[in-house]
Every structure is written in C-alpha cells, then in structure tokens.
Ligand binder design. Structure first.
Ligand code: ZN
Length: 64
C-alpha cells in the first residue's frame, strides 16, 4: 500500500507558433503565459510569435 502511486508528475508546456509561417516552438510554461499572448518574433521570417496552446504532459518516470 503506497500512497505515492497517484502522484503523477506533470509538467506544463507552452506551444508557440508563428503567425506567418509554420514555425513552432515548445517550451516550459512560464508565469503569465496565456493563449494567444504575443511572445516575440519568429527567427525564420520575423513574424509574430503567439502562444497557441498550453498543456500538461506526464513525465516519463524511469523505474528506479
Ligand atoms: Zn515565421
């Protein structure tokens, strides 16, 4: 009987996309992130980068 089995480690990721091309970037969620916040400019074509999604993913836990 262990109670730490239902502690699923989750990390929150932020998906960033470019408005004018297909550039996408995934990074760790940061305080203040929201959809569709503008977060910078695209390194490929200088278009605006916006947050397209925020989601939690499970961390693959190595078994001991
Ligand atoms: Zn772009």
């Amino acid at each position: 009987m262990s109670s730490d089995q239902n502690k699923q480690p989750l990390i929150t990721k932020t998906l960033i996309k470019c408005m004018s091309c297909d550039y996408t970037l995934e990074r760790d969620f940061q305080e203040g992130d929201f959809v569709p916040k503008i977060v910078g400019t695209c390194p490929k074509d200088g278009g605006k980068l916006y947050i397209a999604g925020i989601y939690a993913v499970k961390i693959a836990e190595p078994k001991r």
